[in-house]
Write a protein that binds this ligand. Structure first.
Ligand code: NAP
Ligand code: MG
Length: 403
């Protein structure tokens, strides 16, 4: 069998811990035997980020801008414990945060639904796609610890040097903390357009929510920008497509989401999207069944799994124990990226391979072969829990018949 050819390289961002182990297994077992893989490789593993003073992360994002499609493995975001574990020069920032800031994109996350797994919220019969604004707010914050006796002010200097000041807090009695956030009108506009375009593509309603009653300037700006863009550019297209744009307060949105049946795009500010996507993923079954794609306003795509590096499983793996780590979202990151590459380069065979890979993966689970996280949830009879590598081999047994 001759391998499927690629023309443009895919930007490959390797990562950390258990997902780094899975990454190599997926390539060896499911990709390299079928596709003449053409990737430009960037090692975003924490050791290499530390060695390159995190330049590798920036370079991988620049390469993504150049080629248009990337696939990313989960990576460690360092904290105090990681500083000692990896002997780090600095507490490097979240690679995802860095990449999102450079691409100024929106992250769309949707669960992979399989027969036999009922969501924790059984009324959620359709997927809820979370669109997370991928720029600014607390992810690009500036923060300080403040000593007793300090007065903290918000100061803004205009082009002519005029200052506008507002008191944040007078710490005359005790020490404390402060934080400065920002966002940009352009980024919020791109976010709104990305959501409305994606809604038209997938024929789903858009829900958007902020805390505009409390944050009368900051959050209110998000609300106004969304409404203005919707009215000016999308209202008629939405009517023609039979879909709706719906704005409400974040508290109300959370309550309505729980009562809903799914099947819409929930546009979230950066922090809401970070938190709610974990809740929604868990409710649909497993974090490992959540796909994630970052889409920039100029049509650049970065695919990844929504979960992290599965640290606990990695420590078992290092001790030589077998793990049963779910590779489905990472497989779908690869299939999504390969399909998009095929679409952009006019390679129908590559697109068909991506479809077959997804089909084989779902078929494997629906035929009862799955990792432990899914076995705990699946109502299928005669299910069999397998280890990480055996699952990939079981997918390959089906894939070989589909390609
Ligand atoms: P995590 O890696 O997502 O894992 C949390 C727990 O969820 C695991 O211990 C495991 O539960 C379960 N789980 C997640 N993915 C799984 C999979 N594929 N198969 C089976 N079970 C899975 O989150 P974390 O432990 O909070 O974070 C670990 C590291 O990942 C951190 O350093 C963090 O910075 C990083 N992280 C990276 C990204 C990213 O790159 N996109 C996202 C989130 C976190 P059990 O242990 O109970 O089996
Ligand atoms: Mg999160």
């Amino acid at each position: 069998m001759s391998k499927i050819k690629m023309t443009t390289p895919l930007v490959e961002m390797d990562g950390d811990e258990m997902t780094r182990i899975i990454w190599k297994m997926i390539k060896d077992i499911l990709l390299v035997p079928y596709v003449d893989l053409k990737t430009e490789y960037y090692d975003l593993g924490l050791e290499n980020r530390n060695e390159t003073d995190d330049r590798v992360t920036v370079e991988s994002a620049e390469a993504t801008k150049k080629y248009g499609v990337a696939v990313k493995c989960a990576t460690i975001t360092p904290n105090a414990a990681r500083m000692t574990e990896y002997n780090l020069k600095e507490m490097w920032k979240s690679p995802n945060g860095t990449i999102r800031a450079i691409l100024d994109g929106t992250v769309f996350r949707a669960p992979i639904l399989v027969k036999g797994i009922t969501p924790y919220i059984p009324t959620w019969t359709k997927p809820i796609t979370i669109a997370r604004h991928a720029y600014g707010d607390v992810y690009k914050n500036v923060e300080m610890r403040v000593d007793e006796g300090c007065k903290a002010e918000l100061v803004c200097t205009d082009k002519d040097g005029n200052e506008k000041r507002e008191l944040i807090y007078d710490f005359s009695g005790e020490p404390g903390i402060i934080q400065g956030l920002h966002n940009r009108d352009n980024s919020i506009s791109s976010f709104a357009r990305a959501c409305f375009n994606y809604a038209l593509d997938t024929k789903q309603d858009v829900w958007f929510a902020t805390k505009d009653t409390i944050s009368k300037k900051y959050d209110h700006r998000f609300k106004d920008i969304f409404q203005d863009i919707f009215d000016a550019e999308y209202k008629e297209k939405f009517e023609a497509a039979g879909i709706e744009y719906f704005y409400t307060l974040i508290d109300d949105a959370v309550a309505r989401v729980i009562r809903s049946e799914g099947g819409y795009i929930w546009a979230c500010k950066n922090y809401d999207g970070d938190v709610m996507s974990d809740m929604v993923a868990t409710a649909y079954g497993s974090l490992a069944m959540m796909t994630s794609v970052l889409v920039s306003p100029d049509g650049i795509y970065e695919y990844e799994a929504a979960h992290g590096t599965v640290q606990r499983h990695y420590y078992k793996y290092l001790k030589g124990e077998k793990t049963s780590t779910n590779s489905v979202a990472t497989i779908f990151a690869w299939s999504g990226a390969l399909r998009k590459r095929g679409e952009l380069d006019g390679l129908p065979e590559l697109m068909k391979f991506a479809d077959s890979l997804e089909k084989a993966t779902i078929q494997t689970i629906e035929e009862g072969v799955m990792t432990g996280d899914l076995a705990a949830l699946s109502s299928i009879e005669n299910k069999r829990t397998v280890d990480t590598e055996s699952f990939l081999k079981a997918v390959n047994e089906r894939l070989v018949k589909l390609v």
